[in-house]
Design a protein around this ligand. Structure first.
Ligand SMILES: Nc1nc2c(c(=O)[nH]1)N[C@H]1C(S)=C(S)[C@@H](COP(=O)(O)OP(=O)(O)OC[C@H]3O[C@@H](n4cnc5c(=O)[nH]c(N)nc54)[C@H](O)[C@@H]3O)O[C@H]1N2
Ligand SMILES: Nc1nc2c(c(=O)[nH]1)N[C@H]1C(S)=C(S)[C@@H](COP(=O)(O)OP(=O)(O)OC[C@H]3O[C@@H](n4cnc5c(=O)[nH]c(N)nc54)[C@H](O)[C@@H]3O)O[C@H]1N2
Ligand code: SF4
Ligand SMILES: [Mo]
Length: 712
């Protein structure tokens, strides 16, 4: 029996875990009380890591489909088969790739997702970002010149937080790495601060807040613009030390002129007086932070709403200031020069609908168009990497049909699920206990500068292949090097190149290719820490509170924060037009539960036990009017589809709004997820509309879907 420390890869909170390992099994999981960052915090998902890890449905061996049936094969055969089949698709745009959420949670994704995309060389790359946070990347690209420069609330030092469309008490934070978010919010209140939550639902976070502002879904953009309006109207604009680093802020006043509190009150459902008071509270707090998440990004005006969030932070002088919103500085990164080329989209366009490329990818909703539409460049083959588009993309019925029509499909995924059942080859990834961990993505979003590395708690079995090697192998196959290239030789060559580029005069150390790469990045990084130091500190190293990074962080051509990007200015008339269009229908929104993780953790018994989690929340008054009772079944219809779902009647949801979580609907044929099948639930994305997107970012509108609800 041994005790091993690692980081939980299941959500963005990056909690330290203490694992008890007996033989090849994790027999106990606890929060690591000595973890420098999470200090022992753990949630039910992390606590179930041992069961998840040992899930008997988890695939161990590659599967290949022969005459419609999956059969086991060896790794060498699987890779050789993929290499062979790819020869049928000389036009690289015919081969698409979809990268899902777990890719950002692994060392494999962090180091090799980029090279993998590049090696494929197809314009048809899609990721879960365009059903999620892409508006935030685009906004930060426009304002700061870099899509990854997303400022995060400095919750431990703030006095006031305004939270819109996020439920960190359930999601544990997103684009915001904040282990024990509930504890930090409570600590904020204990030291005399407060927080306000804007949400159509009384979420767990809203319930704990000092004030819950109930809003009509999809209308945060109007509320945010009205708050900006009020800062000017009440003479509350004060950029403080920011003034030198921001382009002229005075034009903003005219941009929001039509969005006064009285103009937006009816459409948002938020009284004008509430908006005025909120603006004053935000501006008069010593240190304040505005934070928006899913409810502000997967909506019609996601990019404008995201711009408005940070514009509020700028106009109150809270950007880049302790207690405001700040940029972390990860140990594997370096400081910048403060200037760059800026950001743009549309270097190329999608074949069928002409969508501009954003961050080198197309909107996930248009993957189906590219598969369905014949002609030159039609997508006929697909690689899904850690993604479940069959459940996670809007208009799932259409997605499923499209996946079924592909000539060739490969999935890098540990499960035979709703998506991978369509694959010709499944390459299974090892469980969390068998892999090394370093958070290349989330150290970029964390509320303190921290760094931690852990080796695989249990060594990988001989007959298995690490996900890093799967990615690397696929990249070499895409690159035309065949199914058996010498990965070590290629890695050594690449490491040498990078060494020269970074001007390193030392030999990177480590047991694996990935360790040597990390060591190089770390030792040439901002703090000069080494892999060796991280190995000596299994609970992580605290590099201190966030510090100001202006102007060094900027990559704009002007060397300033661009407060009025042209793309935003050009889209505002569309926002105004929408404000003037009344919206009276019933609308559907999403939610998350502490015990879920998108579509793929419903196979863990402890996480799905008890009352069903996949229910339709209906307001008490609406239920009475429609004739629905608690526990009844409702039929919900939208433009794209129809589902029947269990009803939960509650006052926690606003009138005129219904809420349903995503990631359910596990009753499809041909999958191998025993527990999930028993708790199948219903796929909400049979209702969400693939034709509705935020055009500035290509992001799907998943909140605010118009629906009709009747008893089934
Ligand atoms: N209606 C509605 N739809 C939504 C959302 C919503 O709020 N409402 N949310 C959206 C958001 S924010 C997101 S991020 C997407 C998620 O969309 P996806 O990323 O497409 O879906 P996930 O459910 O996260 O599926 C993850 C897949 O990765 C596999 N997997 C698990 N661990 C690993 C691993 O270590 N390696 C690899 N290679 N694979 C692994 C799982 O088996 C599963 O197949 O869903 C989006 N869809
Ligand atoms: N437990 C758990 N944690 C997760 C996940 C999970 O599936 N389960 N998924 C992970 C992923 S991939 C992501 S992206 C993050 C997301 O993290 P969060 O954004 O915190 O996600 P949610 O918990 O869905 O919270 C969104 C809230 O927005 C509200 N909402 C919906 N529409 C609107 C609107 O138009 N306006 C406003 N103001 N509010 C609205 C919903 O009622 C809900 O309370 O969570 C991550 N963490
Ligand atoms: S909060 Fe997230 S990182 Fe922490 S234990 Fe839970 S799932 Fe893991
Ligand atoms: Mo997400």
């Amino acid at each position: 029996m041994s005790t091993v420390f690692t980081t939980c890869p299941l959500c963005e909170a990056t909690c330290g875990l203490e694992l008890t390992v007996e033989g090849d099994r994790v027999t106990k999981v606890r929060g690591d009380r000595d973890d420098e960052f999470s200090k022992g915090f753990i949630c039910p998902k992390g606590a179930s890591l041992g069961t998840l890890d040992a899930d008997p449905d988890r695939l161990r061996t590659p599967l290949v489909k022969r005459a419609g049936e999956f059969v086991e094969t060896t790794w060498a055969e699987a890779f050789a088969y993929i290499d062979e089949r790819l020869k049928d698709f000389p036009d690289r745009d015919a081969v698409a790739m979809y990268l899902g959420n777990p890719v950002v949670h692994s060392l494999a994704g962090g180091l090799y997702a980029g090279p993998l995309r590049k090696a494929l060389g197809s314009r048809n790359v899609f990721t879960a970002s365009t059903v999620d946070q892409m508006p935030k990347h685009v906004q930060c690209g426009h304002m700061y010149g870099s899509i990854f420069s997303i400022p995060v609330p400095d919750i431990d030092r703030t006095d006031f937080m305004l939270v819109l469309g996020a439920d960190p008490f359930s999601s544990n934070g997103s684009l915001w790495t904040v282990p024990d978010a509930p504890g930090r919010f409570r600590e904020l209140q204990r030291r005399g601060g407060s927080f306000v939550v804007v949400d159509p639902r009384r979420s767990r976070t809203a319930a704990a807040a000092d004030q819950h502002v109930v809003i009509r879904p999809g209308t945060d953009v109007f509320l945010l613009l009205a708050l900006i309006h009020e800062l000017f109207a009440q003479d509350l604009v004060d950029l403080k030390e920011l003034a030198d680093h921001v382009t002229d802020h005075t034009p903003v006043r005219a941009l929001v002129a039509d969005f006064g509190p009285d103009a937006v009150a009816e459409r948002t459902g938020v009284a004008a007086e509430v908006i005025r008071a909120l603006a004053r509270r935000l501006a008069t707090a010593d240190r304040a932070a505005v934070y928006g998440r899913i409810g502000t990004t997967t909506v019609e005006f996601g990019t404008i709403a995201s711009w408005a969030v940070d514009t509020l932070n700028v106009l109150t002088g809270n950007l880049d200031r302790p207690g405001g919103v700040m940029w972390p500085l990860p140990a594997h990164s370096r400081r910048g020069s403060g200037r760059g080329k800026g950001f743009g989209i549309g270097s190329w366009h999608s074949r069928v609908k002409g969508h501009p490329e954003v961050m080198g990818e197309f909107p996930a909703v248009t993957l189906v168009d590219e598969i369905e539409t014949p002609g030159d460049g039609q997508v006929r083959a697909l690689f899904t990497i850690g993604g479940n588009p069959a459940l996670s993309l809007p208009n799932s019925a259409r997605v499923n049909d499209a996946l079924a029509s592909l000539e060739f499909m490969v999935s890098v995924d540990p499960y035979l699920n709703e998506t991978t059942r369509h694959a010709d080859v499944i390459l299974p990834t090892p469980p969390p206990s068998r892999r090394a961990h370093y958070d290349l993505a989330f150290f970029n979003n964390s509320v303190r500068n921290v760094v931690k590395y852990s080796r695989a708690p249990i060594p990988l079995e001989q007959d298995r292949v690490d996900e890093t090697d799967i990615f690397f192998r696929l990249a070499t196959i895409f690159g035309g090097m065949g199914p058996a290239a010498d990965l070590d030789a290629i890695a050594a060559f690449q490491l040498a190149e990078l060494k020269t580029k970074l001007g390193a005069d030392f030999e990177p150390e480590g047991e694996t290719r990935e360790e040597r790469l990390l060591d190089l990045k770390l030792r040439t990084g901002a703090y000069g820490v080494s892999l060796r130091q991280l190995l000596d500190n299994p609970h992580g190293i605290d590099l201190g509170p966030l510090t100001s990074r202006l102007p060094e962080i900027l990559r704009t051509a002007s060397g300033k924060v661009e407060l009025t990007p042209q793309a935003v200015v050009d889209d505002l008339p569309r926002v105004l037009e929408s404000l003037r269009t009344p919206e009276t229908e019933m609308v559907l929104v999403g939610r998350r539960h502490l015990r879920t993780n998108n579509s793929w953790m419903h196979n863990v018994p402890a996480l799905v036990k008890g009352r069903p989690l996949c229910t339709l929340l209906v307001n008490t008054g609406d239920a009475r009017r429609i004739g629905l009772t608690d526990g009844a079944t409702a039929r919900v219809t939208s433009r794209v589809g129809k589902v029947e779902v269990l009803v939960e009647v509650t006052d926690d949801i606003a009138p005129g709004v219904v809420s349903m979580p995503h990631g359910w609907g596990h009753d499809l044929p041909g999958t191998r997820m025993t527990v999930a099948r028993e708790h199948a639930g219903v796929n909400v994305n049979l209702l969400t509309d693939d034709l509705r997107i935020d055009p500035l970012s290509g992001t799907a509108v998943l909140n605010g879907t118009r629906v009709q609800v009747v008893p089934a």
